[in-house]
Ligand binder design. Structure first.
Ligand SMILES: [Zn+2]
Length: 413
């Protein structure tokens, strides 16, 4: 039988996504399924029940990563893998992460329906704590598995209530027996919503990111002089919040100033004492700079730091600048990226070669094995919000591309 004619069952994919969306479902149509919460446990239990229906070999590692393995004809060969995450942001969307897990599941179900035998084993994975919103940072499950992050460091992370990652993992019963350590993988595909507006703008069905942008994080702490706002004249104030305001606008103007591919954002700010009748004396804010060009992003920071220095001096506010995190841009495996484009075209979809502005578990996988991603459009480019939306047709299209990429890679000697 030729495998070219195989198609996933779009209705079944939709049902699975809808059933998952009820776990932690919010009134606004999104989901709150924070990692290692009761909702995460219920989603994991359901996921595993579906893996068992397919007679997959299920295993759970010490990070709570869940794997399902479908044997191939030659099980000495490295498997092909696909998956994403079932956890979500608080009041997040019902497609982010879960689409990649349900899409891979649908591909495996389609193989089972049609009695497909592959040369290599095919594995599905749910990575623990991709979102990082309860236990920062993000992508910890795949990071530990890939050997980039330390297990005990991950276990020790605490949430806002002082609960530890390790303790919560044990509480929900997902501290598995096998070591969270990489094994050889022939190819890793991650299917995901785009989370941006590009595919919609260029009117394309399938996106194949050439890689993930670099990610540079900074923390800025400004000190001002607190005082009663009424009696204190405007001259001579050291208002830390005003200094921050000027700096935030400088961040916003930075990409245009630097030219090239770049986004820059201040997303978090803490103002002390945050009282309407006290001049702010302590402000902490974050800076996030992303680009395909690491050098440009570093240069941008130099420019920005210089501007920050003069603003801080003019406002009389001492400042601390901290380099919090830097991840280089990560080009995916060109062969697999091309395969995503080719399979998409062969299936009759329009395709687009692009970049990914968001980090994914694929970032860590890309460090250890050939990796590519498959994107489908996000309506209005919205994500990490309850109104996050992708059409069922697009969900089905992406799963078909994934199915055929998996079949091709799993048939390679
Ligand atoms: Zn995601």
């Amino acid at each position: 039988m030729s495998l070219d004619g195989l198609r996933v069952n779009g209705a079944r994919l939709r049902e699975s996504l809808e059933e998952m969306a009820r776990i932690g479902g919010t009134r606004g149509g999104g989901v709150t399924r924070l990692t290692l919460s009761d909702e995460d446990k219920r989603a994991r239990d359901l996921f595993i029940s579906w893996l068992k229906e397919l007679n997959l070999e299920v295993s759970i590692d010490e990070m709570g990563n869940i794997f399902g393995r479908r044997p191939g004809r030659n099980n000495d060969l490295a498997p092909v893998m696909s998956g994403s995450h079932v956890d979500s942001q608080p009041q997040g969307g019902r497609f982010d992460g879960i689409l990649g897990v349900m899409g891979a599941l649908e591909a495996l179900r389609t193989m089972a329906d049609n009695g497909v035998e592959t040369l290599r084993p095919v594995m599905i994975v749910d990575w623990t704590n991709e979102e990082g919103s309860r236990f920062p940072p993000a992508m910890v499950g795949s990071g530990v598995w890939a050997g980039a992050l330390d297990l005990d460091w991950a276990y020790a992370k605490t949430d806002v209530n002082g609960k530890t990652f390790g303790g919560e993992l044990e509480r929900i019963g997902y501290k598995g027996p096998i070591k969270a350590a990489q094994w050889p993988v022939h190819a890793y595909y991650e299917y995901h919503i785009e989370q941006g507006p590009i595919l919609e703008m260029v009117k394309k069905d399938i996106g194949a990111p050439k890689g993930i942008l670099c990610l540079h994080w900074y923390d800025i702490r400004l000190t001002g002089t607190a005082n009663q706002v009424g009696p204190t004249p405007m001259e001579g104030r050291n208002d830390a919040l005003c200094a921050a305001a000027e700096m935030i606008l400088a961040v916003n103007r930075l990409p245009e100033k630097m030219g090239g591919n770049m986004v820059a954002t201040v997303g978090e700010i803490h103002n002390h004492p945050n009282s309407r009748n006290i001049i702010p004396d302590g402000v902490h804010f974050t800076v996030d700079i992303r680009s395909w060009d690491d050098e440009l992003a570093l240069k941008a920071w130099d420019v920005l730091a210089g501007e920050f220095d003069s603003i801080a001096a003019a406002r009389g506010c001492p400042m601390e600048k901290e380099v919090t995190w830097r991840v280089e841009h990560s080009p995916f495996d060109q062969r697999l990226v091309q395969r995503v484009l080719d399979k998409g075209a062969a299936l009759g979809y329009s395709t687009h070669h692009m970049v990914s502005g968001a980090g994914h578990d694929a970032s860590y996988m890309n460090q250890v094995c050939p990796t590519a991603m498959i994107f489908v459009p996000s309506i209005g480019g919205r994500s990490h919000v309850e109104v996050e939306e992708t059409t069922w047709e697009d969900c089905e299209n992406g799963a078909n591309v994934l199915l055929h990429c998996l079949l091709e890679s799993a048939g390679e000697e």
